[in-house]
Each structure stands twice: as structure tokens, then as C-alpha cells.
Design a protein around this ligand. Structure first.
Ligand code: PLP
Length: 425
């Protein structure tokens, strides 16, 4: 008799071979080396299972797609019921689902953000934001920040602050200017009469979970107002409750002119994104109602899912849980920081958006593997391998927080015993 584990391993090997042959051999090699070559199978709540049956607490969640947990039953039920009557819908026509979601988004976003353009993904939402800023202001210049990440579509890619993503595709969109993050003076210095907008992630995600100093966003807001420049905040990772507020900019009492939302808006079930803006900017679309179209943007099924997701976050007090569980993590981090000062330099955090700053870039991949061996998915960030991003679902329990902290503690112990930690690279 064959061991069922052997046959599951065979299925896994075949999937890896097919993936390598038909999708990306280097992705398979890199993920295998980092110890995270799982073939995602069962998914539930805070966890995911490899096809061989190994369970992981998912602290990566596709950088914040799964705020309501994986396969949340309430969201699945909403989608199942919708499938009895609806489909994607036709983008040129109107629907109650689109109208309901746009109204709901205007209620949950800060200040006077009352209008929405729907899209499918985050990059598309950023592209729309930049198009709107240029179209409304009739000015070309966009200011973005070093280490920024806004997606890989045309305008969004032009605002990414990492050369290796940009260089193969140059020339990119003209008139994009890079400044350091968390430096309001640099923004003021870069503004000219041609500047349409400043685009920022409220907290930089891929750049290494960089939380701005408390005066940064209020200062940037003031500078934008003084110079009549639009402020675009990208809340694609930070939004939908991740940091303990529905949107991270609320921590600093700052409302942008345009905000992008994606990832967890789709409840981990259906892709949908939104570019939300002040009513005054609607002036741009009045003469051009069809100037920006997206066939699948704001699909009716996606709108139902997004409405169910917002309702779930509100009804189940996930903002409060994000704050409480974030504090529980913080207490554990403080202990671990004191035990391994040579390996772990600091932890940057707002709610359940957390970044472990290791002492150098070689630690990120090694720790990813050690976490995975202990049943935790925690991967270093795209722009900085010396930072591990922890973004578990907001439904995480105290026991699961402790499980992740124990995995961190044990992994750090093992790493310090192994040695071989190079100097900063
Ligand atoms: C802050 C931010 N903006 C934009 C994007 C792009 O979103 P998408 O991959 O859905 O295009 C991401 C994706 O990680 C992101 O983190």
C-alpha cells in the first residue's frame, strides 16, 4: 500500500514541475530555497495548508488581502447568494450593487471623500488616481517617494521607488520626481508650478513597513494645500482596518484628496479596487464620463463581496482586535528585542501592520525558512530583505499571536546559535 503522504508529495512535485515549466522556474527555485514552496490547498481563518497537509499561520496574507480571514464564511455566503441572481454586470450600465458600495465607501472613508471609480486591482486604482490628478489639475508633474510601491501598471510603475522594477521598462511616464520618504521639506522643495500631485503610501509596505513620524502627513497635507497640489494616499495595504483604524491616515487626522483601496476590499474572495476622491474633482469627469473605463472594475459580484467585507469588519470589531492583538505582539517583540539585540534592531508597527528590522539583509531569507519550519508564513518585504513583514488576518486570536511569537523567539535562538550573520549588506 502506498502511504497517502507519498501520493500527496507526488501531486505537489507535479504541481511544482508544471509551475516551473509553464509559469516561472525562478519563482519555484526562489520560494523553494526560502522554504516556502507550499502549494496552497485548504484555507481557513488565519491559516493555510500546503497540499501535503502542513498547516501554516499566514502572516503574509498577500500583503494584506485577507483582513477578514481566509474563506470567511460570511463573505462566501454573500457571494453564493449573489450568484443566484447576479453576474459581473456590464460596466457601461448602472447597478444597485455599484451604487450601494460607492455610498458605503464614502461613509467609511475619512472627511469628504465621496466619489469612487472602481477597478479590479491596486495598480489600476493608482493609475486612475494619477490620471484623475493630472486630468483635473491639467498639470503633469507627480512627486513620489524613495522605496515607494504602488503596483506594476503604467502610471503606478512610474511612481515605484525601486530601480530594478523600473529599469527594464524605461522610458517610463515622464515628469515623475522622486523624493525621500518621511521628509516633508523635500516635498516642498520639489513642488513647482507644474506639480499635479504628491503620491504616498500612508505607511510604506514593501519599502520595509516604514511608519512616518507623527508630524509628516499633517505637514505634507499643509504643504499640498498651500501650493494647490493634490495629495494621493495609497491605502492599498494599510486600509480596511489593518492598522486599527479603517484607514491608516486617520491616525494622523489627515484626509487626502484621492485615496486608493484594493486588496482586502475583496474579502480575499473577489478582486475589486476603488479610487475614492473629493466631490470637487468630479468636475474632471463631467465633460468626460467615459474617459476611463474598466470592463471588470466594480463587478456587481465584487461589490456584493466588498459590502459584506465592510459589514464583517464593522460587526465583528476587527479594528479593535487589530489594536489589541497588535499590542499583544508589541509586548512579545519587546522581550525578543531585548534577547537578540544583534539580530533584531527594531520593530516598526501600527496595529497589525508590523515589520521586524533585522540587522542585515541575509537574515530575511534565513528567518523566512525558520518561520516556515515552525508553521508560520512570514516573508521579507519586496524592497528590503532585512525587513520581515508580519500582516496576519485581523481575526487572529491571542493564542495564535503567542504561537507566532514563540516561532520568532525559537527561530532567533537557532539563528544566533548557528552564527554566520554577515555585516550589514
Ligand atoms: C501600497 C500598494 N499599492 C499598490 C499595490 C498594487 O496592487 P496590485 O498588486 O493589486 O496591483 C500594492 C500591492 O502590493 C501595494 O502594496
Amino acid at each position: 500500500m502506498t502511504d497517502p503522504k507519498d501520493s500527496l508529495q507526488k501531486i505537489k512535485d507535479k504541481a511544482l514541475a508544471d509551475y516551473a515549466r509553464h509559469i516561472s522556474p525562478m519563482k519555484v527555485r526562489t520560494l523553494t530555497q526560502a522554504g516556502v514552496n507550499l502549494i496552497e490547498d485548504k484555507r481557513e481563518g488565519t491559516s493555510v495548508w500546503d497540499i501535503t497537509g502542513k498547516k501554516y499561520i499566514d502572516c503574509m496574507t498577500g500583503a494584506g488581502i485577507m483582513n477578514v480571514g481566509r474563506r470567511n464564511p460570511d463573505i462566501i455566503n454573500a457571494l453564493k447568494q449573489a450568484l443566484d441572481r447576479l453576474d459581473i454586470g456590464v460596466f457601461l450600465f448602472m447597478s444597485k450593487q455599484k451604487a450601494d458600495l460607492a455610498r458605503k465607501i464614502s461613509e467609511i472613508t475619512p472627511g469628504n471623500l465621496s466619489c469612487t471609480v472602481f477597478g479590479v486591482g491596486g495598480g489600476e486604482a493608482v493609475d486612475t488616481a494619477i490620471k484623475l490628478a493630472r486630468g483635473y489639475s491639467m498639470k503633469p508633474e507627480i512627486i513620489y517617494t524613495d522605496k515607494a510601491y504602488h503596483g506594476h501598471t503604467g502610471f503606478a510603475l512610474s511612481a515605484i521607488g525601486r530601480d530594478s522594477f523600473r529599469e527594464p521598462f524605461e522610458p517610463l511616464m515622464p515628469r515623475f520626481k522622486k523624493v525621500p520618504y518621511n521628509d516633508a521639506k523635500a516635498i516642498e522643495g520639489a513642488i513647482t508650478d507644474d506639480t499635479a500631485a504628491v503620491i504616498l503610501e500612508t505607511i510604506q509596505g514593501e519599502g520595509g513597513i516604514n511608519v512616518p513620524s507623527d508630524d509628516y502627513l499633517p505637514k505634507v497635507r499643509r504643504i499640498c494645500d498651500e501650493h494647490d497640489v493634490l495629495l494621493i494616499l495609497d491605502e492599498i495595504q494599510t486600509g480596511m482596518g489593518r492598522t486599527g483604524k479603517m484607514f491608516a491616515c486617520e491616525h494622523w487626522g489627515v484626509t487626502p484628496d484621492i485615496m486608493t483601496i484594493a486588496k482586502s476590499l475583496g474579502g480575499g474572495i473577489y478582486p475589486i479596487s476603488a479610487t475614492v476622491y473629493r466631490e470637487e474633482l468630479q468636475d474632471f469627469f463631467i465633460p468626460h464620463p467615459f474617459v476611463h473605463l474598466s470592463t471588470f472594475g466594480g463587478a456587481d459580484l465584487g461589490c456584493v463581496v466588498a459590502l459584506a467585507t465592510i459589514e464583517y469588519i464593522q460587526k465583528n470589531n476587527l479594528l479593535e482586535n487589530a489594536t489589541k492583538m497588535g499590542d499583544r505582539f508589541r509586548n512579545g517583540f519587546n522581550r525578543i528585542l531585548a534577547s537578540f539585540p544583534d539580530l533584531l534592531l527594531e520593530v516598526r508597527q501600527k496595529g497589525l501592520m508590523m515589520g521586524l528590522q533585522y540587522s542585515n539583509g541575509s537574515i530575511g531569507p534565513r528567518m523566512t525558512k525558520k518561520f516556515a519550519e515552525r508553521g508560520v508564513l512570514a516573508v521579507y518585504t519586496g524592497n528590503d530583505p532585512s525587513v520581515c513583514r508580519l500582516m496576519p488576518s485581523l481575526v487572529i486570536t491571542p493564542e495564535e499571536v503567542d504561537f507566532v511569537l514563540n516561532a520568532l523567539d525559537d527561530s532567533m535562538k537557532e539563528l544566533s546559535e548557528e552564527g554566520g550573520i554577515g555585516k550589514n549588506d
